[in-house]
Design a protein around this ligand. Structure first.
Ligand code: PGA
Length: 255
């Protein structure tokens, strides 16, 4: 299976940015420029408070809309958290799990990851499971070990039949929001390692259905090169997803 037999997936992660009016404007603009969605998948991961409004505007287009985080229980005494079913209820169809800011700023441990991915799948939310090493880990030659540990925890409860619904995002922590992009060689090596690990974990056939995105300082001027890397199935974009002027050229990287 060649990598282009997997549908390219361009995802925007707004993090804690924009406001309600700007969010809706951006959705309207991008929606107007998307075709039928047959040749690429586009999704936005938006602040949960705007999900209902954003999904209402996105309706009728192939634009996917998701949350940036979930808790894995369906209800209970978890002040400040959101259950997967709550995101579904306001129209989200996807969710990020294990983004590096959740791991490093909010200290989410590996042990939660498998449960979150499972909870997302059980609620019909398509998870993007994020993995990535810090600069110290890379300098200490621990990149492979760290990625494998993160994959182990995230795929703990994933079955081969679920595999096509899971997306992995490789986001080196040192490349996120820093303007520093990993080299094509670093990206290719990490992605190859991840796909090999996935094949061992869920079997080659199922692993071939899993898209692996790259994230970390993706910009209009590097999107084409990144998408040209054989093992890259898509991009997870932070800063450059906040404005149509920078996000549209990334979506249209091949035009
Ligand atoms: P960035 O963020 O594109 O601003 O580096 C990527 C991400 O955190 O997903």
């Amino acid at each position: 299976m060649t990598h282009r037999s997997r549908k390219p997936y361009i995802a925007g992660n707004w993090k804690m940015n924009l406001d309600r009016a700007k969010s809706l404007d951006l959705i309207k603009t991008v929606k107007g420029r998307l075709g039928d969605g047959n040749d690429r998948e586009v999704g936005f991961f938006v602040p949960a408070i705007y999900l209902a409004d954003v999904t209402a505007v996105a309706q009728g287009s192939p634009l996917g809309v998701g949350g940036q985080n979930i808790w894995y229980e369906a209800n209970g005494a978890f002040t400040g958290e959101l259950a997967p079913r709550m995101l579904r209820e306001v129209g989200a169809d996807r969710v990020l799990v294990g983004h590096s800011e959740r791991r490093h700023v909010f200290h989410e441990p590996d042990e939660w990851m498998g449960r979150k991915v499972r909870a997302a799948l059980d609620t019909d939310l398509l998870p993007i499971y994020c993995v990535g090493e810090t600069l110290d880990e890379r300098k200490g030659n621990r990149t492979d070990r760290v990625l494998k540990r993160q994959l182990e925890s995230g795929f703990d409860k994933v079955l081969p039949i679920d595999a096509h619904r899971v997306t992995v995002a490789y986001e080196p922590v040192w490349a996120i929001g820093t303007g520093e992009t990993a080299t094509s060689e670093q990206v290719a090596l990490a992605h190859r390692m991840i796909r090999k690990w996935l094949a061992q974990r869920v079997g080659e056939e199922a692993a071939n259905l899993i898209r692996i995105l790259y994230g970390g300082s993706v910009k209009p001027d590097n999107a084409k090169e990144l998408m040209g890397i054989d093992s890259v199935d898509g991009l997870l974009v932070g800063g450059a997803s906040l404005q149509a002027e920078t996000f549209l050229p990334i979506i249209e990287y091949d035009r």
